[in-house]
Ligand binder design. Structure first.
Ligand code: HEC
Ligand code: HEC
Length: 282
């Protein structure tokens, strides 16, 4: 049942109608980033069998999971999100059976190309974040996701080399820092930087190997989280640009008009690649 207007107003202490609704929207938006006051109202219909977050997270061996992430990428061409997620939750299923083996893993195939080619979030990152979120709520996932995503922005990728087991391209591949968690930026920068086509075997191979790198990092984070529990913090500090820009562009600051923890620099630094391409462009 939807909360009625009276209940909303009651919950907000009888503020004026317009202000109350705007206030609620604001508090929910902030709850989405884990900061600010969250709306704690509960509804009976959303109760979950076993309760929320009832599955037990299990430690995994990143070396054992690495080739599984790689093969998962190629299985039915299910790609990055599937490979990363299966290498975590699928491996728990292979080792421990239920409830992990109940998961419909093929759901993750939608993450290919940043959600069916849309180039939004790198699917491997989504697969890993979704695996964390099977076990921990947003507040606890937050430092885990921050750690993984900040590492991804700055790490030289890909690292993994399957050797003769390579599926699309055998041999070493060049590496760069994706700079962004977005598939579009990550793929396009790599292709432009190393003169590869986005529809090439090399790019496919690069993304399969990068899926392994993400899986390894995610499993390191998962194992550390299991060991440290609520004390888990992560090691990467907030990106310099985010610290600088969030001094004003963040909740409660002078210009609270943007939402992101992505590194701001690639898009807002006057980068020549981001100038106007609609005029005087080949
Ligand atoms: C000292 C405070 C402050 C800092 C630090 C700051 N901004 Fe702003 N920024 C503003 C204000 C104020 C506006 C005007 C928008 C508004 O009305 O809220 C603005 C507007 C903008 C706009 C929209 C207008 C435009 O010029 O295109 C962008 C984009 C922007 N800032 C990006 C950034 C980025 C990226 C950083 C970090 C490099 C940053 N800002 C750091 C205060 C700041
Ligand atoms: C992947 C590229 C990308 C990244 C990363 C990014 N932005 Fe933006 N940002 C944009 C685009 C595109 C817009 C919309 C610009 C427009 O109005 O057409 C925008 C809009 C904004 C605006 C609203 C003003 C405006 O020009 O419309 C602010 C403020 C802003 N960004 C700040 C930031 C800050 C701070 C960060 C880092 C925390 C950040 N952005 C990261 C691409 C990016």
């Amino acid at each position: 049942m939807l909360p009625d207007r009276r209940a909303l107003l009651g919950g907000l202490g009888g503020l004026a109608i317009g202000g109350a609704v705007a206030g609620l929207t604001g508090s929910l938006a902030r709850a989405g980033t884990g900061s600010g006051a969250a709306e704690t109202r509960r509804f009976t219909r959303f109760s979950q069998q076993g309760g929320d977050f009832s599955w037990t997270p299990r430690k995994l061996d990143p070396d054992e999971c690495a080739p599984v992430a790689y093969d998962g990428f190629w299985h039915n061409l299910n790609a990055c999100g599937y490979g990363a997620f299966y290498s975590i939750v699928g491996m728990m299923a292979e080792k421990y059976g239920a409830p992990y083996d109940q998961f419909p893993f093929s759901m993750l195939a939608v993450n290919e190309g940043g959600i069916i080619g849309w180039g939004t979030i790198c699917g491997a990152l989504y697969g890993a974040a979704a695996a964390f979120a099977l076990f921990w709520n947003r507040e606890e996932c937050s430092p885990m996701v921050n750690e993984l995503f900040r590492w991804y922005e700055s790490a030289q990728l890909p690292v993994y080399d399957p050797g003769s087991a390579a599926r699309a391209f055998v041999g070493p591949l060049p590496a760069n820092a994706p700079g962004s968690v977005l598939c579009h930026v990550s793929v396009s920068k790599w292709c432009h930087g190393f003169n590869k086509k986005a529809d090439s075997n090399e790019l496919g191979e690069r993304c399969a190997r990068l899926t392994v790198d993400v899986s390894r990092k995610a499993i390191e984070i998962l194992n550390a989280k299991i060991a440290q529990g609520k004390a888990y913090k992560g090691a990467f500090s907030v990106q310099a640009a985010v610290v600088q820009c969030a001094a004003c562009h963040a909740a409660g600051k002078e210009s609270d008009i943007q939402k992101s923890k992505m590194d701001c620099a690639p898009c807002h630094s006057g980068n020549p690649h981001l100038g106007d391409k609609f005029r005087k462009h080949p």
